[in-house]
Each structure stands twice: as C-alpha cells, then as structure tokens.
Design a protein around this ligand. Structure first.
Ligand code: ADP
Ligand code: MG
Length: 313
C-alpha cells in the first residue's frame, strides 16, 4: 500500500539533518536566520491540473492569482512579510499564448497588491498536464516567525474570516450550480491574510499559527502534533457566512462539513493565551488541551462526528 502524504513527508524529513538555528519541514515555511535582526522565510507549493484545478472550471486569470496567493498565504501564516516569488511552469503543447497572458495578469495582480517581485523560475514543455510551482521568499524579525509548535494547553483556538466559502465555490463549479460571488471569490481569488499575520506575530500572547489549506479538521492536527497538545473544537462556533448558511439550506449541504473539511480557505488558524488583546477580526472556535486527542463538541454536547480534512493521497 502506498504511504500517505504526511507519512511520505516525514520519511523525506528523516533523511536530512536540519542545520542548527534553522526550521525545516513541518511548518508553513522554512526559517533561515540571516542576521541578528532578520530571518528569511521560504516555501514552495505546486498546483497540478486535474489534481488542484480543472482547466474548464477556472479562468486563466484566477489560476494565476491563486498560484501566487496560496504561496503568499504561507508567508502570512508565519507572520512574515512576502518579498519575492519564483515561478516554474510545465506547459502542455496545446495551451495558447492568450491563456498564458491572462494567467500572468492574475499572478501579477495579487503580487502587485502585496508589492511582491517575481525574480525567476523555470519554463518547460509538458507532455500531459499543466503544472505550476511557485517558490516564495519572505522575511520577519529574527525569532519572530510564529510556528505551529508554539501552542500551549489553555490557549484559545481562533480563526480569521469565514470558513467553507471556498469549498462551496468548488461544489458549485463541479455541480454546475450558479455560484454566489462570495464563493467564487473565496475559491478562485483567495486574499492572503498578510496584514493579519503581521499583526498577530507582534501580539503579546500569540501561540501557534498556520494557514488553512486542507481544512481546520486536518490543519489543527498539525498544530497538535508539532506542539504536542490536544484540542477541543466547538462546531457550533464555526464562522460561516450568511451566503453559506443560505446555500446549505437550499441545497441540503452540511455547513460544518464544508467549514471543517473543505479546505482552501486560506484564513489563519492561530492559538493565543486567554486574555490576550487580539488585534484582528477573529472567531474563537475552541481551546488547546493537555491530552493528545482532538475533541469535537457541539455547544455543551459532545459532537457525534469525527471530522477529517482533505488529503491528497
Ligand atoms: P502547506 O499546506 O502549508 O503548503 P504542506 O502540507 O504542503 O504545507 O507541507 C507540510 C510541510 O512539509 C512543509 O514544511 C513542507 O515544506 C514540507 N514538504 C512537503 N512536501 C515536501 C517534499 N517533497 N520534500 C520536502 N519537504 C516537503
Ligand atoms: Mg500553509
């Protein structure tokens, strides 16, 4: 049987030693100290046709935007400032120049929004699918990167924004249902939470932080394992938009499932000490606990379901 995505990453990590002072595999970005004042943040993310997107379901502009945005989000997740990207593309023979122009316009639009330079990459032919790989570099004050490993028992678990709108967008696209603008925007043009990440990294009492790419149900487990803690999440507290509530009642969707398991929200999931003055709009959805387990509650009652997020394999 083939090992799972996370087992494979663990195995790769086990083969290499991380130099002292650096943070390697296991967080949203690697952290490489530069000077006594500054650390470099680096992350890479790949988008593959038929795995992450379908050519007839997303516009070239939106795919360009999203390719850069999901990487910018990993810098935001560390509380860093994005600086530059490198774009590598494997292009199928039948892709026309006009498509590529629109893709680059989308990529440039979100890069310009956050004043991020494009400094290089690689271009090659693909015999099959379109494949896009982006490497991003960012920076933060030395030692200020907010890791997944800094949660403590008793911390509040919080998220920015709404959850599940992106998953609803995907459902509408795949089911050819007319898509509320909230959903298509969340799915196709996510807004990385750079400002929020920076504010949170400077907050007194910040714990752990990451961005939500696979869904809270999966992502909270990374904070748990890296911080060696458990978590209790109240599904009645999940921030769900009015549009999502309305669509769920219309189509019989489960808002909790979409909010926890859909993924691609690109909101920030963070923990902080109780009583901390949180400087960004957020919702408290649970608490870090000592025991290693993940407990789902529905208000005061225990929830019947054990939710899981998205895994690629
Ligand atoms: P994210 O969703 O934040 O991009 P991932 O779940 O993709 O994070 O990856 C988790 C961690 O595993 C990251 O630290 C990433 O750098 C690392 N990682 C993923 N794939 C590989 C690989 N093939 N080789 C080395 N490290 C990897
Ligand atoms: Mg991430």
């Amino acid at each position: 049987m083939r090992q799972g995505e996370f087992e494979l990453i663990d195995r790769i990590g086990g083969l290499f030693r991380v130099p002292a002072g650096m943070k390697g595999i296991g967080d949203d970005c690697a952290v490489i100290p530069q000077t006594s004042e500054k650390d470099l943040l680096v992350s890479a993310d790949m988008l593959v046709e038929k795995v992450h997107f379908l050519m007839d379901k997303i516009s070239a502009f939106d795919l360009g935007w999203k390719s850069a945005a999901v990487n910018i989000s990993d810098i935001a997740a560390m509380g860093g400032r994005p600086v530059a990207t490198f774009l590598s593309i494997a292009i199928p023979e039948n892709l026309d120049d006009e498509w590529m122009e629109c893709f680059l316009k989308g990529y440039a639009a979100v890069s310009d929004k956050f004043s991020i330079a494009l400094l290089g990459g690689d271009t090659t032919l693909s015999r099959d699918s379109l494949c896009i790989n982006v490497t991003i570099i960012g920076e933060c004050k030395h030692g200020a990167a907010v890791l997944r490993s800094s949660a403590l028992p008793g911390d509040l678990i919080c998220v920015t924004g709404h959850l599940g709108d992106s998953a609803a967008g995907l459902r509408c696209l795949l089911g050819d249902i007319s898509c509320a603008e909230t959903f298509s925007k969340a799915h196709c043009r996510p807004e990385p939470r750079v400002r929020e990440g920076l504010l949170l990294s400077g907050m007194n009492g910040i714990g752990a932080m990451m961005d939500i790419s696979d869904g809270v149900a999966s992502d909270i487990r990374h904070i748990m394992s890296e911080s060696r803690v458990g978590a209790s999440i109240d599904v009645s507290k999940l921030p769900v938009s009015a549009d999502l509530q309305e669509a769920c009642s219309r189509y019989g969707w489960d808002p909790v499932e979409l909010a926890l398991c859909g993924g691609e929200d690109y909101e920030l999931l963070f923990t902080c000490r109780k009583g901390a003055a949180i400087p960004v709009a957020h919702t408290v959805i649970g608490e870090i606990v000592q025991s290693g387990s993940l407990i789902w509650t529905d208000g005061p009652a225990k929830s019947e379901k054990n939710y899981r997020g998205f895994e690629h394999f």
